[in-house]
Design a protein around this ligand. Structure first.
Ligand SMILES: Nc1ncnc2c1ncn2[C@@H]1O[C@H](COP(=O)(O)OP(=O)(O)OP(=O)(O)O)[C@@H](O)[C@H]1O
Length: 416
């Protein structure tokens, strides 16, 4: 009689998998239970930290019960250990999603949960999802691809939001653009990126005044734009004359608006005039420092420049004129007055002191002031485009030489 024995030392034949035995099934179940218990402990810990932080930040309600006063915090639903840690939270009566990030609440809640910042995503009903960000989502830069638009009505890339959305803006849209930032905060690099994308558009003319002679000037040599760019600081009269000519062009265009239309539609023979005013407060200071003409012998140069820019800002939109003004700080007196400042529908602030941020973006920006005062180059606070004010990372083209190369490569040649 032969006895069949099971040889456990021999490996199973190739291609044959033994069904899991009791021990391995038990081990898998135990690992699953331990994993679940670990997750449960983590979720409880996160919930406890969140509730304590809510109490400290007064994102809670005080309820009077028989035993005294008790504190109610927003109910926590699902918790995911991440990364990134996320919690679904039910809003309490009277609470809004923005309450979790208003004032300093966002960073404070996030720090309590071991993160850097907090993002609030609305959910159906009275629930929101809170995402604890491990690091600043704008930390990593993004390079501007070698792209240009064929027309000013196509959007150029302005930047990327914290959610990774790429924001575009067509220069033909009726908005003047204000850009402020301290030295080295990334204003010029942003302008290089913006203008290089527009270099090939035949219905956009990049003109203006640039006392630094870098944004305009050399990069645009031998293109049709160059003759409309004033870069000579020694001849301020040239800047004032040019702005006065622009006002005349604007008046002529306004007089030529076709019947049944309320604005000029840009075309190659009547392009959008993008008037770049680089370091505009510097131009005004230099103009104001010139000797004033005697009474009855003309208008001071500073006043001529101020009044032209004010007119371009307030009347230029219908005449396909867009102003891009750059300044270290948009103080009313430095940029031609509060009325002039109010004309900018699209506003970007690179690193600036907290009071400058509030000056350009209003009180909504106050909470971000201290943090933004130390923002890395290329991180800007943006208002406009029909969106809530938000932080963005603008695209980076590279150093100045790359800007010159791109403009020279894509801009059309001047007719001789
Ligand atoms: N988007 C960006 N991403 C990464 N680095 C950037 C970005 N923008 C600027 N930088 C870096 O910061 C430096 C300073 O930027 P930029 O010259 O544009 O500042 P600025 O605000 O124009 O300063 P200034 O007023 O002195 O001209 C650049 O040389 C570059 O190294």
């Amino acid at each position: 009689m032969t006895t069949k024995t099971l040889d456990r030392t021999r490996p199973p034949a190739a291609g044959h998998r033994r069904p899991p035995g009791f021990i391995s099934r038990w081990r898998a179940r135990r690992a699953e239970r331990e994993q679940w218990a670990a997750h449960h402990r983590l979720a409880q810990g996160i919930t406890a930290e969140f509730r304590e932080a809510c109490t400290a930040l007064r994102l809670c309600q005080y309820v009077s019960v028989a035993a005294g006063i008790t504190v109610r915090t927003p109910r926590v639903g699902a918790v995911h250990g991440g990364p990134p840690i996320t919690l679904t939270v039910e809003l309490m009566a009277g609470q809004e999603p923005a309450d979790f990030i208003s004032k300093e609440n966002g960073p404070r809640l996030a720090h309590s949960l071991g993160g850097h910042g907090l993002r609030v995503e609305p959910m159906p009903g009275r629930w929101v999802r809170l995402v604890v960000l491990n690091h600043d989502p704008l930390r990593d830069g993004f390079a501007l691809p070698a792209l240009t638009v064929a027309s000013g009505s196509e959007p150029v890339i302005l930047g990327r939001t914290e959610d990774g959305i790429t924001l575009g803006h067509a220069i033909a849209d009726a908005s003047h653009i204000a850009v402020q930032g301290q030295n080295g905060s990334g204003k010029s690099a942003f302008t290089y990126a913006l203008l290089s994308q527009l270099a090939a558009a035949d219905d956009v003319l990049v003109c203006g005044s640039d006392i630094t002679g870098l944004v305009l000037g050399p990069a645009w040599y031998d293109t049709p734009h160059a003759v409309h760019q004033m870069t000579n600081l020694d001849d301020l009269e040239e800047h004032a004359n040019f702005l006065e000519e622009l006002v005349l062009v604007m008046e002529a265009r306004l007089g030529e608006i076709p019947p049944r239309q309320d604005k000029i539609t840009p075309r190659p023979d009547c392009p959008t005039l993008l008037v770049v005013l680089e370091e505009f407060p510097g131009l005004l200071r230099a103009a104001d420092a010139r000797p004033k003409p005697k009474r009855g012998e003309g208008t001071p140069m500073g006043d001529r420049i101020r009044s032209c820019v004010l007119r371009l800002l307030s009347e230029g939109r219908k005449a396909a004129i867009r102003v891009l003004m750059l300044a270290q700080r948009f103080e009313a007196t430095a940029v031609g007055g509060g009325y002039a400042r109010d004309q900018f529908a699209l506003r970007l602030s690179f690193r600036v002191p907290a009071d400058s941020l509030e000056m350009l973006h209003g009180t909504d920006a106050r909470a971000l002031g201290p943090e933004h005062a130390n923002a890395a180059p290329g991180i800007a606070y943006l208002s406009g485009l029909g969106r809530d004010c938000e932080r963005i990372r603008v695209p980076y083209l590279g150093e100045y030489g790359e800007y010159v190369d791109r403009v020279q490569a894509y801009a059309r040649r001047a007719e001789r």
